[in-house]
Design a protein. Structure first.
Ligand SMILES: NC(=O)c1ccc[n+]([C@@H]2O[C@H](COP(=O)([O-])OP(=O)(O)OC[C@H]3O[C@@H](n4cnc5c(N)ncnc54)[C@H](OP(=O)(O)O)[C@@H]3O)[C@@H](O)[C@H]2O)c1
Length: 305
């Protein structure tokens, strides 16, 4: 079993982006700009946004965070999006999801300029992905593929089982794996005999949000296991049953531990596996920075051609 080290690969990608931005600074084209809009005070969302902002600044990206109170009206949020659409220093806009209850997510997202949609969630961008007519992909699915590519894992012909069908992870990733010539089964909460399907899989990608849900008996020997899930555990019994020793230590200090959707004992049967944390999480952030740079370059090309 080989650990797919998302943290290491993400750091390498970030380093390359940093160097490219240093070079860009010497030109007259300016630097990439990223704007993140966060509504409300969800602690997990706040932590994700703060991390993205710090990393973007470290790379030399012109990063700004726009915070809105959860009592903000939908109109104010939409106006904020429109002002970033018109701002020439902003090339990429991210609206942190989920929005608090009461906000109509799609009504709001549809006001974003598709050219600045750094998450690539808008219908036109997801449509182009489905048609295999894009070079910029949603961050988490892109992170999964970039990590598999970094370890030169051939996807052609693999029997891949994707568990979870969100528009953020499962649906785009299932299309991307199909476009890369894997044979994909997309599973969800209504799937019959999920364990039977998983036992036949050469590649399993889990994006469910249930700690340790995929157990060793559901995994074929030498399968590739990709764990997108990020579950925060606060009960000692669960932490002992589902977390690695290093996360158990974290729990003792901080009262919270992180684990994925694939039970840690399943990794022993795998050929390759991603850890949680340190797998797809850092790759997602690296792809956000990558997409920001790509959107900047695309805009600059359009302006200079
Ligand atoms: N590492 C990262 O950067 C990153 C990025 C995004 C998400 N995540 C994590 O990935 C996980 C999934 O996120 P998401 O946004 O895709 O979640 P989501 O929108 O809640 O979707 C969860 C999916 O899991 C399916 N599911 C739930 N219970 C199931 C069951 N018993 N059997 C089979 N499928 C089941 C659901 O099926 P139905 O559609 O039938 O309800 C749904 O399709 C979460 O832990 C999230 O924190 C991590």
């Amino acid at each position: 079993m080989i650990l797919l080290d998302g943290k290491k690969i993400a750091d390498e990608i970030l380093e390359k982006i940093k160097k490219e931005i240093e070079t860009l600074k010497k030109t007259t084209y300016g630097i990439p700009g990223l704007a993140v809009i966060i509504v409300g005070s969800n602690p997990a969302s706040q932590a994700y946004v703060s991390k993205k902002h710090k990393i973007a600044l470290r790379l030399g990206i012109n990063s700004r965070v726009s915070e809105l109170d959860e009592k903000t009206s939908q109109e104010i949020l939409v106006n904020r999006i429109k002002s970033f659409n018109q701002d020439n220093h902003v090339h990429a806009v991210l609206i942190q999801l989920p929005l608090p209850d009461g906000f109509k997510t799609w009504e709001i997202l549809n006001h974003l300029d598709p050219e600045k949609d750094v998450d690539r969630f808008l219908p036109i961008n997801l449509g182009n992905l489905l048609l295999n007519r894009t070079e910029i992909y949603p961050c988490t699915p892109a992170g999964v593929l970039a990590l598999l590519d970094a370890y030169q894992i051939e996807l052609r012909g693999l029997n891949a089982v994707m568990v979870g069908r969100s528009f953020i992870v499962g649906k785009p990733l299932a299309s991307m794996l199909t476009n890369r010539n894997a044979t994909v089964t997309l599973c969800h909460s209504q799937t019959k005999d999920l364990a039977g399907l998983l036992r036949q899989a050469d590649l399993i990608v889990a994006a469910i949000g249930k700690a340790g849900f995929i157990t060793p008996d559901m995994v074929k020997k030498d399968a590739i296991l990709i764990d997108v899930g990020q579950n925060f555990l606060t009960q000692a019994g669960e932490v002992i049953r589902l977390c690695t020793p290093s996360q158990q230590k974290r729990f003792e200090k901080k009262g919270v531990a992180i684990t994925g959707d694939i039970h840690i004992d399943a990794f022993k049967k795998s050929s390759y596996y991603t850890p949680v944390p340190g797998g797809i999480g850092p790759m997602t952030v690296a792809m956000l920075m990558h997409n920001t740079l790509q959107l900047f370059k695309r805009k600059t090309r359009q302006e200079t051609s």
